[in-house]
Ligand binder design. Structure first.
Ligand code: ARG
Length: 567
């Protein structure tokens, strides 16, 4: 249920009756549960405008709210805050609504650009954040009833593909059984050949020209390479349990035919100008170090197109063909300026209309414990497959030591769920805009704000139901203890939290909420015995446990994290 939206009209009405109509009520969750569940902070501002005493006005608003059965206590505090506590009856009646989501009545068409690796190389840790964050956003936005279109904007075009295709042909000639197993090594070897052999380099350049000119033979070779490289990426997606599929791939190559049009239109509109033989967009909004408009190059000297050119064509496609109303780009923060320039220039060109929002969903770098970008011991970039495998291995050792009686199959399954959950959660629980330190011990710990802790909390709830016997989910619920009530309030906030994630694109809001819920549940579990209780108390506590389990499971699932009944 949308708790906030349920409470707001009640408070707005009280504001109206006190002569404060139109003033923002500013309703927030209370920081300290001892004072209440929510706090109204809007009276002070309204009083200032009206030159009235804030405490008097707050008292008037509070007196009206006191008559409403939604609240069990309404108290004026400090300079004119109003602390609200939801009544146990209201909570009990609405508990079953904690999982009911009102689907967006006017669904948005949301295009999410995420993962988007360059296919010339193996996926490395740099693509992990985009993949995980984008996947979670796609899940949350879809769950709220929006029409979500996933776009994997893979780098499958450009000069290096000439070299890679040339090298692939060479390898296939030498060995008909040739298989592209290690992309990273393949790229390195191709580069060596390119640098040392003039003929090979010329052939590579020739392939680029043919590729861009649409030569069918070279295109077929290129397709073969792209297909193998995509399979590598898909192995990672499958391992990670991402929603991305082949049909979501819309790589740079797709926009090739529109690049000339982009340049022509940008020039006609006076946005792109000649600069030393290149075509450049200068925007007053973005200054370089010298204080002059920063250059946004859209065509190189000699006519070659760039990353930016492709992104203009892609923008036209997402708005014009896909009909997107909200465009999200989940990309490393280092590309911030690129996207600012892209959005601003696209607005000016008329390709990004007022009613379509374009948002850069930037994220920081994954750091090692040494405070430097995460690398292998030898200083190489860490391949994603290796990272995931290592996490699963570490989780397996942990699970086995905790529970030596488990069968090998069980260990393997739990280790997969925990290992992958840990990697995802370590990322999603942090504010995405900051860099974060990748630390195996922390993320695989069963204590603290980690996936294993949350997954275990869920399992603990399930174990209650194994022993519970018959109980009634429909029976009237009674909430007498403060911790029972607090837990119910928390459960009812679920949909509000999802909306804040959807608006801000910060999945850590959901992670923080789930962690809070799990710790609250464990306090409740200590203080309020469930199975030893009797009658309606026992049944009500089982209801609370049931909804806690469901919110944890659904919430983790929206972060792309699985749960287990036993672990
Ligand atoms: N392939 C790019 C990279 O690895 C990310 C692409 C992001 N999406 C876009 N439309 N530019 O840096």
């Amino acid at each position: 249920m949308k708790l906030h939206q349920n409470l707001s009209p009640i408070i707005e009405q009280a504001f109206e009756q006190t002569g404060l109509s139109g003033s923002p009520i500013i309703l927030q969750a209370a920081k300290n549960p001892d004072f209440g569940d929510f706090q109204i902070n809007g009276v002070m501002g309204a009083a200032k405008k009206l030159k009235q005493n804030p405490r008097d006005l707050s008292t008037q608003v509070a007196d009206i709210l006191k008559q409403n059965p939604t609240f069990s206590s309404v108290e004026v505090a400090g300079a004119g805050f109003i602390n609200l506590r939801l009544s146990p009856e209201f909570l009990a009646q609405n508990l079953s609504g904690s999982l009911k989501i009102t689907p967006n009545p006017t669904p948005e068409k949301i295009i999410i650009d995420y993962s988007s690796p360059n296919l010339a190389k193996e996926m490395h840790v740099g693509h992990l954040r985009s993949s995980i964050i984008g996947d979670s956003l796609a899940r949350v936005l879809g769950f709220l009833g929006n029409d979500v279109v996933r776009q994997n904007h893979v780098g499958d075009w450009g000069t290096q593909f000439g070299m890679l295709v040339a090298y692939m042909v060479e390898q296939q000639q030498e060995n008909s059984q040739f298989e592209l197993a290690d992309l990273e090594q393949f790229y390195r070897n191709a580069k060596i050949r390119f640098d040392e052999d003039e003929n090979f380099a010329n052939l590579s350049r020739d392939y680029v020209v043919k590729l861009q000119g649409g030569d069918e033979t070279v295109l077929a070779l290129w397709r073969q390479f792209v297909d193998i490289s995509l399979q590598h990426a898909e192995d990672v997606y499958t391992k990670l349990g991402l929603l991305l599929e082949r049909g979501d791939v819309a790589g740079e190559s797709r926009y090739n035919d529109d690049l000339h049009n982009v340049i022509n239109e940008l020039s006609e509109k006076g946005l792109a100008v000649d600069d030393d033989g290149a075509k450049v967009v200068f925007l007053d909004e973005f200054k370089n170090k010298e204080g002059e408009p920063a250059a946004f190059i859209v065509q190189k000297q000699g006519g070659g197109f760039l990353y930016a050119t492709t992104d203009f064509a892609c923008m036209r496609y997402r708005v014009g063909k896909l009909g997107g109303t909200r465009l999200l780009y989940v990309v490393d923060t280092r590309q911030d300026l690129h996207f600012k320039q892209l959005f601003t220039a696209s607005r000016k060109a008329g390709w990004l209309p007022e009613n379509v929002s374009a948002e850069f969903i930037g994220f920081g770098t994954m750091m090692g414990k040494d405070g430097k970008p995460f690398k292998t011991r030898s200083g190489d970039t860490v391949k994603l497959v290796d990272l995931i495998d290592e996490s699963i291995e570490r989780a397996a050792a942990l699970v086995q030591s905790k529970n030596p009686d488990l069968s090998a199959d069980d260990v393997a399954n739990i280790a997969r769920v925990v290992g992958i959950g840990a990697v995802k959660y370590a990322d999603l629980s942090k504010n995405r805009t900051s860099d974060y330190v990748f630390d195996w011990e922390n993320m695989l710990s069963f204590e603290g704000n980690t996936a294993p802790y949350l997954q275990y909390a869920y399992t603990r709830v399930q174990s209650v139901f194994k022993k519970a016997g018959d109980w009634d989910i429909q029976a009237a619920c009674v909430l007498k203890e403060p911790l029972e009530q607090q837990l119910a309030v928390e459960l009812l906030k679920f949909e509000d939290v999802l909306h804040s994630v959807a608006e801000s694109c910060y999945p850590h809001y959901l992670a923080t909420y789930l962690y809070g819920l799990a710790t609250l549940f464990s306090r409740f579990y200590e203080a309020c015995p469930i199975l030893k209780a009797e009658g309606e108390t026992r049944n009500s506590r089982l209801q609370l446990a049931h909804y806690t389990g469901e919110v944890l499971r659904n919430g983790l699932n929206l972060l792309g994290i699985e749960t287990l009944d036993v672990m």
